[in-house]
Write a protein that binds this ligand. Structure first.
Ligand code: IMP
Ligand code: MG
Length: 179
């Protein structure tokens, strides 16, 4: 087990690189089976999913395309508070099979917002692919078809995920240790 310190927090190894790679490959193989002939458009949500998306697409053997979007957060005027807007999407989604590629689904509110926004662009179908899911935290119903790993509620970093923008380059996934 290895320990890393990032700012005020200490983390320990949680999911080693080799296991991440195995799980990512298994998810890609399911996409290969399910979406053969559909020329899926992977839509990776930056920043957190960049490493997962890079590994995932290299295990996808069917014709596919990839593009990247970001979410702009701002304080909305509604009672729900923070509204997230999808930015950077130039592709025409009409009739496309879209696979949203996320790093982690926590409450699921980000993903719900993504689906609502992309749904207005008339895709043939929208599928969810997430490296990690915290099932106990999910607040909204989501059909998560492609998930590499389910994890407990603890805060994690590495393999693209950050703590205050740090730690994304760690090859393993680390979980926070109580101080
Ligand atoms: P949600 O809208 O609550 O599902 O939030 C998902 C977003 O929160 C992810 O895209 C991450 O950016 C961030 N997030 C949630 N849990 C973690 C974590 O354990 N480590 C790092 N980022 C996280
Ligand atoms: Mg994210």
């Amino acid at each position: 087990m290895s320990i890393v310190k990032i700012k005020d927090l200490t983390f320990k190894t949680f999911i080693p690189e080799a296991e991440i790679q195995q799980r990512v490959k298994a998810v890609a193989e399911k996409i290969n089976r399910d979406l053969d002939g559909k020329n899926p458009l992977l839509l990776a949500v930056l920043n957190g999913s960049f490493i997962f998306a890079a590994d995932l697409i290299r295990h996808i053997t069917i014709p596919c395309e990839i593009s990247f979007v970001k979410l702009a957060s701002y304080q909305g005027t509604t009672s729900t508070g923070e509204i997230k807007e999808v930015i950077g999407l130039n592709e025409d989604l009409a009739g496309r099979t879209v696979v949203i590629v996320e790093d982690i689904i926590d409450t699921g509110l980000t993903m719900k917002r993504m689906i609502e926004s992309l749904g207005t662009r008339n895709p043939a179908s929208i599928h969810i692919c997430s490296l990690l899911v915290k099932p106990d935290k999910l607040q909204v119903p989501l059909n998560i078809e492609y998930v590499a790993m389910e994890i407990p509620n603890d805060f994690i970093v590495g393999y693209g995920l950050d703590y205050d923008q740090q730690g994304r380059q760690l090859r393993d996934i680390y979980t926070v240790i109580d101080p």
